[in-house]
Design a protein around this ligand. Structure first.
Ligand SMILES: NC(=O)c1ccc[n+]([C@@H]2O[C@H](COP(=O)([O-])OP(=O)(O)OC[C@H]3O[C@@H](n4cnc5c(N)ncnc54)[C@H](O)[C@@H]3O)[C@@H](O)[C@H]2O)c1
Length: 355
């Protein structure tokens, strides 16, 4: 089988999980080098993987000089994405980066333009797309099984204090870092683009987060379809799976679904049911996906490179701009006390000053 030769950049908490739990499961990817400036991070990977850790370097430049590669995985925090992605693309390497794509829309647009100019694949690891229930929900909506959608409601609840959240100081931990998953799923499942956003956010008493950890958002999609999203990192209620609890109401009934369980049991939370008016919910059997979660994004990335064309549903950087712009619109609306923010205005303004 053909494989892509990958340099993994970023070996922190999440990069270690990529290295030990994800990359070894994808046969179309051969890791030829790993990079982290922190010697302790490199030592940890060597200890965890032994010889399979492969060649370890302190910088991407060093790794590029030492090995032949096709692509880079940027498995590191958002504030480091742009320089790593830019260096890789300028060196002619395809790039898959962790979400959120970039700290600003203008930086993300700059990377998309660079990848397009160089004819390279640039993808964002929106891993929640690669779950059986999300795929099935998208297929049911696409086939119009219950007719046209009328409204969408999404609830996300976790108790970050009890569970241990590692980044309390990141900007907008709920809207920018977490809701990006749900907004991206909304676009993927409904097949429509968000047009405008109204949001309010707040920080519950005792919150360890610097920025607001709870929010309520209304999203108006193409065709006037309205989606409501409520989320909290500090919920006292029962936790939802990571994808949140979804209800898609349509002309002939509703689709209820969720996915992504906790670490160690990621596929255990998937479920989807159809509920017709006056009838009990009818569970729909789900088909397994060959490569779930992050294995799905990196397998699709490898396929895009090897086949010269991204497979259907692959979250390219260009596609991801709409997800990133939607959460940026929610952050702006919340900062303005719930003002209506049009997504096209943010995209146009950022496109005029790419970075
Ligand atoms: N998709 C998901 O389900 C999911 C879940 C959790 C976290 N994440 C994402 O993972 C990221 C957080 O990463 P983390 O938890 O590993 O952070 P971390 O702080 O544990 O580790 C960051 C690592 O990056 C290294 N680093 C910094 N600059 C570098 C550079 N230029 N080149 C190479 N390495 C560099 C640091 O030395 C450190 O080892 C965030 O973007 C977050 O959104 C995604």
């Amino acid at each position: 089988m053909e494989r892509i030769r990958l340099i993994q950049v970023g070996l922190g908490f999440w990069g270690t999980s990529w290295a030990t739990e994800v990359l070894p499961t994808v046969p179309s990817v051969e890791v030829v080098a790993r990079v982290d400036p922190d010697p302790a991070a490199r030592a940890r990977i060597r200890e965890r993987l032994g010889a399979a850790a492969g060649a370890l370097f302190a910088s991407l430049a060093e790794a590029r000089r030492a090995v032949e590669a096709d692509a880079v995985l940027a498995s590191l925090p958002t504030n480091h994405h742009v320089p790593v992605c830019r260096e890789a693309l300028e060196a002619g390497l395809h790039v898959l980066t962790e979400k959120p794509f970039a700290p600003s829309l203008s930086e993300a647009i700059g990377l998309v333009r660079l990848a397009t100019e160089r004819g390279l694949v640039l993808g964002v690891s929106q891993n929640y797309r690669y779950y059986p229930a999300a795929r099935r929900a998208a297929a049911l909506v696409g086939q119009g099984v219950l007719g046209a959608p009328i409204s969408v409601a999404i609830d996300f609840r976790r108790d970050a204090v009890a569970e241990g959240h590692r980044y309390p100081d990141i900007p907008d931990p709920l809207l920018a870092d977490m809701a990006i998953h749900h907004v991206d799923l909304l676009r993927f499942v409904l097949g429509r683009e968000p047009v405008e956003v109204i949001a309010r956010s707040w920080n519950p008493p005792g919150s360890p987060f610097r920025d607001d950890a709870s929010a309520a958002v209304l999203l108006v999609l193409e065709g006037g379809l309205v989606a409501s999203w409520r989320g909290s990192w500090l919920s006292r209620g029962p936790a939802t799976p990571w994808a949140g609890d979804w209800v898609i109401e349509a002309e002939a009934g509703q689709i209820e679904w969720t996915c992504r369980g906790n670490a160690g049991a990621r596929l255990s939370a998937d479920r989807l049911a159809i509920r017709r008016p006056g009838e009990p919910a009818e569970p729909v059997p789900l088909e397994p996906v060959p490569f779930p979660d992050r294995a799905g994004t990196i397998a699709a990335f490898a396929e895009a490179i090897l086949a010269g064309e991204p497979p259907a549903g692959f979250p390219t950087g260009a596609d991801n701009l709409a997800s990133l712009a939607t959460v940026a619109a929610a952050v702006r609306s919340a900062a303005r006390g719930g003002a209506r923010v049009r997504i096209a205005e943010l995209l146009e303004a950022a496109a005029d000053r790419p970075r």
